[in-house]
Write a protein that binds this ligand. Structure first.
Ligand code: MBD
Ligand code: FE
Length: 262
């Protein structure tokens, strides 16, 4: 199908008008007061001034978009991208360890598995772009107390589609303790936490990139993720590997072939 600028305008207009209609209807049904309207306006301004729009949108809206947009996607389940991905993380060589500090807190963690297509054929040279929070829930590049590039990197699967990724156990994440997104979660009665997780984008030529997260079953908040992005098939069970305090688990990915143009 060729999308003309007229089609696009029609689609945009349909979405904007339908959302505005529903918002106006809610204002009437809820009998929203003038004080509430002015307080909401100030809160919207505060989100912008705090630079929290990416955080707010990904925590409170992205999971609905993801579940809907990906509902017909074959292969492994994905989940939300979130606001903390940075492109162009370094490609790691053996032993495939994400950059850590000398005194990095958290048990060593090794993730191994295979990347294949949906019929189980291994995808040699598949790429896995990984990033996660440190034990305190901070992301490098966003938390100024952390060194640049910490806990971010890419690994390439071998000729059999096998990959290895070494890092440390992430901590749970919490929405910044002061700020409009925290205020919103408190006002709505939501816990501000996300369970401990590792983010991954798994990609291979000719296949749809899989944006996903793996959730540690040892973490709190699995049943109360503020971002509502946990799926049962994304919960993993790290076990001792026998190498000191190291923990590990296996996770295999199946990638859908690139969708043909409609
Ligand atoms: C995160 O760590 C995250 O993954 C998402 C989606 C939103 C906020 C913080
Ligand atoms: Fe995250």
């Amino acid at each position: 199908m060729i999308t003309t600028s007229t089609d696009h305008a029609t689609r945009t207009q349909q979405v904007i008008r339908d959302i505005m209609d529903r918002l106006r209807q809610a204002i009437v049904e809820l009998d929203v007061t003038y004080d509430e309207f002015q307080a909401t306006k100030q809160w919207l301004i505060d989100v912008g001034e705090a630079g929290e729009w990416p955080l707010f949108m990904d925590v409170f809206v992205e999971s609905t978009v993801e579940r809907n947009a990906m509902r017909a996607r074959e292969g492994s389940s994905g989940t939300i991208l979130g606001p903390f991905h940075l492109p162009d993380a370094p490609v790691l060589e053996e032993p495939f360890r994400l950059p850590v500090r000398e005194d990095e807190v958290g048990e060593p963690l090794v993730i191994r598995g295979t990347v294949a297509d949906t019929s189980g054929t291994p995808l040699a040279g598949a790429r896995l772009d990984a990033w996660h929070a440190d034990a305190s829930g901070g992301y490098s590049g966003f938390d100024p107390s952390l060194p640049e590039g910490l806990l971010r990197g890419q690994v390439v699967a071998d000729a059999h589609g096998r990959y290895t990724l070494r890092t440390v156990m992430p901590g749970p994440y919490t929405i910044p303790p002061t700020g409009p997104t925290r205020d919103f979660s408190v006002a709505g009665g939501w816990s501000p936490w996300r369970p401990a997780h590792v983010h991954l984008i798994v990609s291979a030529d000719g296949h749809e990139p899989l944006i996903t997260q793996l959730y540690m079953d040892s973490s709190d908040y699995l049943d109360s993720d503020v971002a509502d992005a946990v799926k049962p098939e994304l919960v993993v069970h790290p076990e001792p590997t026998g190498e000191g305090t190291e923990m590990g688990f296996e996770y295999d990915f199946g990638l859908a072939a690139v969708a043909k143009a409609a």
